[in-house]
Structure formats: structure tokens, C-alpha cells
Design a protein around this ligand. Structure first.
Ligand code: HEC
Length: 144
């Protein structure tokens, strides 16, 4: 009899701990998820080694089509098929807000990511990431 009460006490406190940890998880993950996505000023000074290189831009297009279009859309407008299911809308790469940033800043952002935007520094080498930056430049609204 006494043992039964003991079990009840344990299961009640266990579920309380579980609930508390779940609550704190959401409490902590929410602001993290909403953290503003900005490149550090130091990124602006990093020079794009393939700037203006048409072959690099063509490679970037291939990478973009197979890896980024799903969220960012085929014109980069943030309307890919997976966009609706995300906690945050994908950036519109054709927008002035994105295009006004330096190549270095865009390179930093696609390298580091910011959930749900994946980090690509372990996925693509530096050249490939610069190729992607070149391709993002072609998505500017004014050029379409
Ligand atoms: C799973 C969906 C998803 C995929 C795949 C994805 N992105 Fe994103 N991307 C996002 C989201 C969401 C944001 C906005 C993140 C934020 O504001 O915190 C974003 C933001 C960005 C930004 C920042 C733009 C800015 O100025 O704020 C760049 C650059 C970018 N993505 C490039 C890429 C590239 C290049 C690829 C492919 C190699 C890619 N993304 C693949 C979802 C995705």
C-alpha cells in the first residue's frame, strides 16, 4: 500500500519535470528562432573572388536550382514549395533588402544559416558558396 503511494508520487513528479523541461524548451527556442539574421560588419570586407565571372554564376545557378529553390522559389522570391511549412518565410532574394547587402554579407549568411535557413559552410566549399552569391545577384528585381 505504501509502495503504491510512492509510485504515484514518483510518476507525478516525473511528469512535472517533463512538463517543465518542455516549457523551458519552447521558452528558450522561440527567441532563438526569432533572432534577427544579420551578418557582422566584418563580413562586408570579404571580397568575392568570382565576382563578374559568368562561368561561376552558371555553376551557382545549378547549385541554387537543386538546393535553394525548394524554399526560396525559382525566381528567389521566397515562394518555394516548402516555404509555407516554415516557421519563418524564406528571404526574397530579388528584394532590395537582400540585394543592397554586400557579397560578403550574403556569403556569411548562406554559410552560417539561421534556422530554418540551413548553414551551408559544411555542405559547399567556399568557391561554390561564392558561385551562389553570384547567382543571387542575377535575381535582383531590376534585372528581371
Ligand atoms: C529550408 C528552407 C531553406 C532552404 C533550403 C534555403 N533557405 Fe535560405 N533562407 C530560408 C529562410 C527561412 C531564410 C530567412 C531566415 C531569417 O530571416 O532568419 C533564408 C534566408 C537566406 C538568406 C539571407 C537573406 C537576407 O538578406 O536576409 C540567404 C542569403 C539565403 N537564405 C540563401 C540561401 C541559399 C543560397 C540556399 C541554397 C544553397 C538557401 N538559402 C536554401 C530558408 C531556406
Amino acid at each position: 500500500m505504501k509502495q503504491k503511494r510512492y509510485f504515484k508520487l514518483i510518476s507525478v513528479s516525473l511528469s512535472a519535470v517533463l512538463m517543465l523541461s518542455m516549457m523551458s524548451f519552447f521558452w528558450i527556442s522561440k527567441p532563438l528562432q526569432m533572432a534577427k539574421f544579420v551578418a557582422p560588419a566584418s563580413a562586408d570586407a570579404v571580397v568575392n573572388p568570382v565576382k563578374g565571372n559568368a562561368a561561376a554564376t552558371a555553376e551557382g545557378k545549378k547549385l541554387y536550382t537543386s538546393n535553394c529553390v525548394v524554399c526560396h522559389g525559382d525566381k528567389g522570391q521566397g515562394d518555394g514549395v516548402a516555404a509555407a511549412g516554415l516557421a519563418k518565410p524564406p528571404a526574397d532574394h530579388s528584394s532590395a533588402a537582400v540585394q543592397k547587402q554586400t557579397d560578403g554579407a550574403l556569403f556569411w549568411m548562406l554559410s552560417e544559416g539561421n534556422t530554418p535557413m540551413p548553414a551551408y559552410k559544411a555542405v559547399f566549399n567556399e568557391t561554390q558558396r561564392w558561385q551562389l552569391v553570384n547567382y543571387i545577384r542575377t535575381l535582383a528585381k531590376s534585372k528581371k
